[in-house]
Write a protein that binds this ligand. Structure first.
Ligand code: ADP
Ligand code: MG
Length: 335
C-alpha cells in the first residue's frame, strides 16, 4: 500500500497508536491542534509544529523570503491560539540547498522573527541541514494556557452556536490573484487580499477575549477551510452541525475575485486554505455576548455562522431554503 492510498489523515491514524508510553503529563496528545502537557508551573505547556516545503507550501522568488518566514511562524501561532493559549518559544529547523542565496535565508528569518515578535514567541534554537533539492522550514512552537482554560476540539455540544473570527476565504482569493496577475480587480482589492495571504493574523487576542467572556466549548484554527475544521470539531465532539450560508463572513474584495474567476463564494469561504482564523463554539445564551466582547476588545469581527446538532443529524449547510450535505474537502496532503 502506498502513502497516497491512505492519505494524510489515514497515515497519521496508522502511526498514532502507542506513541504515549508515559501518560502522566499528557493532557492531550495526537489529535488536537497542539499537545497539552502538565509539566510543572502554573499553566499547561502547549507544543505544536508545522513544516513548510518549497513547491508544496510556497514558491521561491527572489523577494519573498520574509513573507514565507512570516507565514511559517503564523501557522504555528494559529495552532496555539486555537487552544486558547499564548505563544512563548520556538525552535526552527531548515533544510537548505548549498546553492541557495544566503540573503534569502536572512530574509526568511527576518519574517520568522517579525511574526514571532508580534505574537510573543522567541526563537531559541533549531537545526540546519543540507537539502538535496527544495527548501524546508519547520517551526516547532511552545505556548502556555491557564489550566482550566484550554480548548480542545472535542467539547462542542448540541445547541452550541458556531462562531468564526474575521472573514473567510481571503487568503485563497489572494493566492488566485498571485496565480492570475491579469485578473481585473481594483488595486486596493488586490492589495487587501495579497496582504491577507502573505501576512495572516493568527487570532491569539481574539480567542483569549472569547475565553474571558464566556464558556467556549471547542475550538480549531482554520488552516484547511471552515468546512474541514468543522468536520474535525464534529468528529472529535461526536455531534452534527449546520452552517448558515447567509451568515458566512466574506469580504467584498473576495466577492469581486469570485465574480471575476467565476467561482462560488462558498468554495472560498468553506474550502479555502490558510486563513488562520479561528472557529469556536459557545452555549447559545452566551454566543452573542462573546462575539460582541471579541469585537470590543480586539476590533476583529466575530460572527455566529451556525449551530451544533446531534450527531444523527449530520453536517450540512443551509443555503436559501435548501440543505446541502457539507463534505470535508479541505486540503489533504498526498491526495
Ligand atoms: P494542524 O492542521 O492543526 O496543524 P494536523 O492536521 O497537521 O494539525 O495534524 C493532526 C494531528 O496529528 C495533530 O494532533 C498533530 O500533532 C498530529 N500529527 C500530525 N503528523 C504527525 C506525525 N508525523 N507524528 C505524530 N503526530 C502527528
Ligand atoms: Mg490546527
Amino acid at each position: 500500500m502506498k502513502v497516497r492510498d491512505v492519505g494524510e489523515f489515514g497515515l497519521i491514524d496508522l502511526i498514532k497508536d502507542n506513541s504515549v508510553f508515559s501518560s502522566g503529563q499528557v493532557i492531550a496528545g495526537i489529535g488536537d491542534d497542539t499537545a497539552v502537557l502538565d509539566v510543572s508551573g502554573e499553566g499547561f505547556l502547549l507544543a505544536t509544529t508545522d513544516m513548510m516545503i518549497e513547491n508544496v507550501h510556497f514558491i521561491i522568488d527572489s523577494n519573498n523570503g520574509e513573507k514565507v518566514g512570516y507565514r511559517a511562524m503564523a501557522a504555528n501561532v494559529s495552532d496555539i491560539a486555537s487552544m486558547g493559549g499564548i505563544p512563548t518559544h520556538a525552535v526552527i529547523s531548515i533544510g537548505v540547498h548549498p546553492d541557495m542565496d544566503v540573503s534569502y535565508i536572512e530574509e526568511l528569518y527576518y519574517g520568522l522573527k517579525k511574526c514571532g515578535k508580534q505574537y510573543g514567541a522567541n526563537i531559541v534554537g533549531g537545526d540546519t541541514v543540507s537539502s538535496p533539492d527544495n527548501l524546508v522550514v519547520n517551526v516547532a512552537l511552545l505556548g502556555e494556557v491557564e489550566k482550566d482554560k484550554y480548548l480542545l476540539r472535542s467539547g462542542a455540544r448540541p445547541g452550541d452556536l458556531i462562531i468564526v473570527t474575521g472573514s473567510l476565504g481571503d487568503s485563497t482569493a489572494g493566492l488566485d490573484l498571485i496565480l492570475d496577475p491579469d485578473c481585473d480587480v481594483p488595486a486596493n482589492t488586490r492589495d487587501y487580499l495579497l496582504e491577507r495571504h502573505y501576512y495572516p493574523s493568527p487570532r491569539v487576542k481574539e480567542i483569549n477575549s472569547a475565553v474571558q467572556a464566556g464558556n467556549i466549548t471547542a475550538a480549531d484554527d482554520i488552516s484547511d477551510g471552515l468546512g474541514n475544521e468543522l468536520h474535525e470539531i464534529v468528529s472529535a465532539s461526536k455531534v452534527g452541525a449546520e452552517i448558515w450560508f447567509d451568515s458566512l463572513p466574506v469580504s467584498n474584495e473576495l466577492k469581486q475575485v469570485a465574480e471575476k474567476k467565476d467561482k462560488d463564494v462558498v468554495d472560498y469561504a468553506l474550502f479555502g486554505g490558510e486563513d488562520f482564523e479561528v472557529v469556536f463554539t459557545a452555549p447559545p445564551e452566551e454566543a452573542e455576548f462573546v462575539t460582541s466582547e471579541v469585537e470590543k476588545r480586539t476590533g476583529t469581527k466575530a460572527t455566529i455562522v451556525g449551530e451544533i446538532l446531534e450527531a444523527s443529524q449530520g453536517v450540512f449547510i443551509l443555503r436559501g431554503s435548501e440543505r446541502f450535505k457539507l463534505e470535508s474537502k479541505g486540503y489533504s496532503h498526498f491526495s
